[in-house]
Ligand binder design. Sequence first.
Ligand SMILES: Nc1nc2c(c(=O)[nH]1)N[C@H]1C(S)=C(S)[C@@H](COP(=O)(O)O)O[C@H]1N2
Ligand SMILES: [Mo]
Length: 320
Amino acid sequence: MLIKKADDIPSSEITPKSLYLNRRKFLTGTAAAGVAAVAAGVGLHEIASPSSVAQADAKIDGIQKSPFSTTEVITPYKDVTNYNNYYEFSTDKYEPAGLAKNFKTRPWTVTIDGQVKKKQVLDVDTIIKMAAPEERIYRHRCVEGWSIVVPWVGFSLSELIKRADPLPKAKFVEFTTLFDMRQMPGQRSHVLEWPYVEGLRMDEAMHPLTLLCFGMYGEVLPNQDGAPLRMVIPWKYGFKSIKGIVRIRFVDSQPDNTWHISAPSEYGFYSNVNPHVDHPRWSQATERRLGEFRKRPTLMFNGYDQVASLYSGMDLKKNF
Ligand SMILES: Nc1nc2c(c(=O)[nH]1)N[C@H]1C(S)=C(S)[C@@H](COP(=O)(O)O)O[C@H]1N2
Ligand SMILES: [Mo]
């Protein structure tokens, strides 16, 4: 990605801008609300939660808890929704929040095709209703060295795959993002090849951790975080978790993926979080969680050891 070496970045750039904004707000208007909330026994997490920001109808009903959730501290909503990689809108992480404000997520259809018995074009709301929504609190790490802990809402992609009924020939799944220059100003520049595409091997796609995601923090996904439908694959670098999906295609050979097309020596197909394989331009050994200043060690598979068996016998230095 178009970034400097981690060590060259002043901490003012790494620290989410919203932290500064929050601090300023706290010194002005929000301070009274904060004091009132503490007096009323309302936690700080509730202050930072989306309901005060988003519309009331954004809430998702019937969300179930998941045994896959981490108990780590959840990253504040404001950071997760104001520091985004979404090149269709901008390469500046502070800009998608504003530029995606009027992005149209309805009506929205998803084409399911390729090596599959039930080729079809589905309304996104039909997909969302396929299975019960679960909250999955996952760690998520960007290849650039920042990480977040987010209560995503969705269900295992395997629920959709089972219903689509892939043929035995289907060995991989390819995902495609919407291509619409009028709505996505970043697509007018050739910073990446459009539309954004990503892929998974079938066993990765079927793994229960692999999340088809349509919400976060109990509410529908904000546009800048990939509404109406995105992937979240918590053991892989963030760029595998494609946003704004319009097509899910089952294929017999390994599909290409946008960042590999852009810089094949820097980004592979597998892209498993791996502190032992450095990016050619920086170390992957540590990470900084949004909202924190200290660095913490990055864990193999981002700490999701249960996926290790998917890669037994593979050289993960070659298959990075
Ligand atoms: N379509 C699309 N999906 C995308 C991206 C993008 O630019 N376009 N960026 C990826 C990268 S690099 C990361 S780190 C995550 C960021 O997700 P977040 O903004 O919700 O944290 O989205 C991924 N999905
Ligand atoms: Mo990323």
